[in-house]
Design a protein around this ligand. Structure first.
Ligand code: MD6
Ligand code: FE
Length: 201
C-alpha cells in the first residue's frame, strides 16, 4: 500500500453515523443533489453531488472541474460545514487549518467513480479525509501512475480514510458498491463525504 494512506475502520459508531446522516440531510435541504457532467464531453456522472463549506467542487461541460462558493443550480452559497465535521478533520487530518470544502457524493446501485487523482486543489500538502455512510464500497488505491498496481479496500459505513503524503497524489476510485450491505440509508445507497483544503494559506 502506498505511503500516507490510512484506513480507520468503524471510526464512527452506529449512533454517530445516524447523527452524521441527519447533518447531511439538513445540508441537502438547502443544497440539493445535482448531477455533474464531464468537461468537454458533457457526459453525465453516475453519482449525484452536493457540498457544504466555503467552497464546493463542481463539474460541467463548459466550466470543467473547479471549486466555487455557490451551488451550480440554485446559485446559493453552500451551507456551513457542521461543527462535527470540523471536529473530525481536527482529529484525523494532522493539518492545522480547517477544511474549506466538503464534497458529498451519493452512490446508488450500479454507480462507481473512475480512477482519478484529486488535483483541483492548490493546497496539495493537506490530506483529503473521507467518511463513508451506508452501503459498502470497493475502493482502490494505486500509485502515481494510472497503470501502477492497485490495492483494494472495502469502505464500510462509519469508516474514515485519509489520503496524505504520497497517497495524496495517488490514483484511486470506487469500483462498485455492495447493494443491501447497510440499512443506514432508507432505500440503500452510499454517501461519501470528502474534506479538503483548496487554497494555500
Ligand atoms: C468515494 N472518494 O469514496 C470517493 N478522494 O466515494 C474519493 O474520491 C476520495 O475517498 C480523495 C481522498 C479520499 C477519497
Ligand atoms: Fe478522490
Amino acid at each position: 500500500m502506498i505511503d500516507g494512506f490510512q484506513h480507520l475502520p468503524g471510526y464512527l459508531p452506529p449512533d454517530r453515523q445516524r447523527e452524521w446522516l441527519l447533518l447531511v440531510q439538513a445540508v441537502l435541504v438547502k443544497a440539493p443533489f445535482y448531477r455533474p457532467s464531464m468537461p468537454k464531453s458533457g457526459r453525465p456522472f453516475s453519482i449525484l453531488m452536493s457540498n457544504c463549506g466555503d467552497l464546493g467542487w463542481v463539474s460541467d461541460k463548459v466550466g470543467g472541474y473547479r471549486y466555487q462558493p455557490m451551488h451550480p443550480e440554485t446559485g446559493e452559497p453552500w451551507p456551513r460545514m457542521p461543527q462535527a465535521f470540523l471536529d473530525l478533520w481536527s482529529k484525523v487530518a494532522g493539518f492545522a487549518a480547517p477544511p474549506q470544502a466538503c464534497l458529498i457524493n451519493l452512490y446508488t446501485s450500479g454507480t462507481k467513480m473512475g480512477s482519478h487523482v484529486d488535483a483541483d486543489e492548490a493546497e496539495m500538502n493537506a490530506p483529503v479525509v473521507s467518511v463513508s455512510l451506508g452501503d459498502e464500497a470497493v475502493f482502490h488505491v494505486g500509485g502515481h501512475r494510472r497503470g501502477d498496481p492497485k490495492a483494494r479496500v472495502i469502505l464500510r459505513s462509519g469508516d474514515v480514510a485519509v489520503l496524505g503524503g504520497a497517497a495524496r497524489r495517488a490514483y484511486h476510485g470506487i469500483d462498485r458498491i455492495v447493494p443491501g450491505s447497510s440499512d443506514l440509508l432508507d432505500g440503500g445507497g452510499r454517501l461519501n463525504l470528502t474534506f479538503r483544503r483548496v487554497t494555500v494559506l
